[in-house]
Design a protein around this ligand. Structure first.
Ligand SMILES: [Zn+2]
Length: 444
């Protein structure tokens, strides 16, 4: 990974038509940073882009033209290889507070006082751009839905850059292989800087961030009719407003309109960040459709890893029990997750009491849900073999594969059930944000 990052600036320079080396004054600073006690030192990967300038087409109300940003610290955590996760880098306006062309209402630079990042991703050219999805969601977050604004990314502008050079497309094709190669574009956006969940200050803040992202995800699904499809530790983030944490559901690069799912090729259904993917999605024969409950299952793996691999927010244990999940293959992850979900004696390997309770209760919803699903499949098979079998349980006679509610695993794994768990952590009220559900905030 480090090796990839080291060659990363050169790669970026090849790919970005508009990326320019540091200006003379910036390169002086760069040289100073590159020396310690008069000796040359190696510049760390997250400093590698500092001082570079990037120019793109910008639209600010009526004003339109080329705008240049200066790159600062590289923040992305994903493996930075073209075609994989996004690149996120701190940026500032190149005016650096001196006579900006892009004036806000107060006559100063319109980005004055803002902490910004530039996010660059390389999606397939045919995909709905992330910024379009976010903009649609932001437009819906009005009136009784305005609470959701605190939990969505803040987008300032976005742009698309087409690969101009044939050799880059050729190189991508070589790097990605013919099978997964698709025509890709460079999509970029300038967004407000938000923070990684590892940077919260307490268990309780962490719990609030998770519950907020969950609430936002449900709203995005029900009101926005968008399925996020990539719940992971990198995409559940937070911002502070007057000192208080607000969880943010970030990164809609893989999000899909629920109403368009029928038109998505089934080969595109198996997607997400591996340790957090729903267990069914590791099966090569799984053809979807992706549902709300798959993302909800990802929230379970999120709290599993947060609660069990970390002793405190941001502090990883020496031997994290789920460390192998990060590099595990589909077969490994499918088996591990399956045995976890079907374990009637599941005891979460954590000493953090809030998580112990959350994990026990959510695993229980999933356990009963998959038991029920298994039962209807079993029953259907036996009936096919003309060997009717009497099953235990109340409405067994009516239980058929067709009648079974796949979306909620027979109502065992619903947003309401998960909410009943997340609204309390260590006997404290975790804030429910939707004003229509304010009654949940009363300590009982
Ligand atoms: Zn400026």
């Amino acid at each position: 990974m480090v090796k990839k990052l080291r060659r990363f600036p050169r790669e970026l320079l090849e790919v970005f038509p508009n990326l320019q080396p540091p200006l003379p004054q910036n390169s002086e600073q760069l040289k100073l940073r590159g020396k310690r006690n008069g000796k040359e030192r190696e510049i760390s990967p997250n400093e590698a882009l500092q001082g570079y300038c990037f120019t793109f087409d910008y639209l600010n109300g009526l004003q339109k033209g080329k705008r240049t940003v200066v790159l600062r610290k590289l923040l992305s955590r994903s493996d930075v290889l073209i075609g994989q996760g996004p690149i996120v880098v701190e940026v500032g306006c190149d005016c650096q507070d001196q006579g900006c062309n892009w004036k806000g209402e107060n006559g100063r630079c319109d980005w004055d006082g803002l902490d910004l990042v530039m996010k660059i991703s390389f999606p397939a050219a045919g995909r709905v751009p992330e910024d379009e999805i976010i903009r649609d969601l932001l437009n819906l977050a009005v009136d009784q839905h305005s609470w959701a604004l605190n939990h969505l990314p803040k987008l300032l502008c976005s742009f698309t850059v087409r690969f101009g050079d044939d050799s880059i497309q050729k190189r991508l094709k070589m790097e990605l292989g013919d099978e997964i190669y698709e025509e890709r574009v460079i999509r970029g956006s300038i967004q407000e800087k938000i923070f990684h969940i590892e940077q919260v200050k307490s268990d309780f803040e962490e719990a609030q961030v998770v519950y907020d992202a969950f609430q936002c995800h449900e709203w995005v699904h029900d009101v926005g009719r968008i399925l996020h499809r990539d719940i992971s530790m990198s995409n559940v983030m937070f911002r502070r407003i007057e000192g208080e944490v607000y969880g943010v559901l970030n990164d809609f690069d893989l999000a899909t309109s629920i109403d368009d799912l029928d038109r998505t090729p089934t080969s595109k259904h198996r997607t997400g960040t591996r340790p957090f993917m729903a267990h069914e999605q590791h099966d090569v024969d799984w053809n979807g459709p992706p549902r709300y409950r798959h993302d909800a299952e990802s929230f379970f793996y999120l709290i599993l890893i947060l609660g069990c691999d970390y002793s405190n927010p941001g502090t990883k244990l020496d031997n994290p029990p789920f460390q192998l999940w990060y590099n595990g293959g589909d077969e490994y992850l499918a088996a591990k997750k399956h045995s976890l979900l079907s374990n009637g004696k599941f005891l979460p390997p954590t000493k953090r009491t809030g998580y112990l309770q959350w994990l026990t209760e959510i695993q229980s919803c999933l356990f009963w849900g998959f038991q029920a699903l298994n039962q209807v499949h079993h029953k259907a098979l036996r009936e096919k073999a003309r060997k009717p079998v009497r099953l235990e349980g109340a409405n067994n006679d009516e239980l058929t594969v067709e009648a079974f509610d796949q979306a909620t695993l027979g109502e065992n794994f619903t947003a309401d059930k998960i909410r009943q768990v997340f609204r309390r952590f260590d006997n404290r009220v975790v804030i429910t944000r939707n004003p229509a559900r304010e009654y949940l905030n009363i300590q009982s």
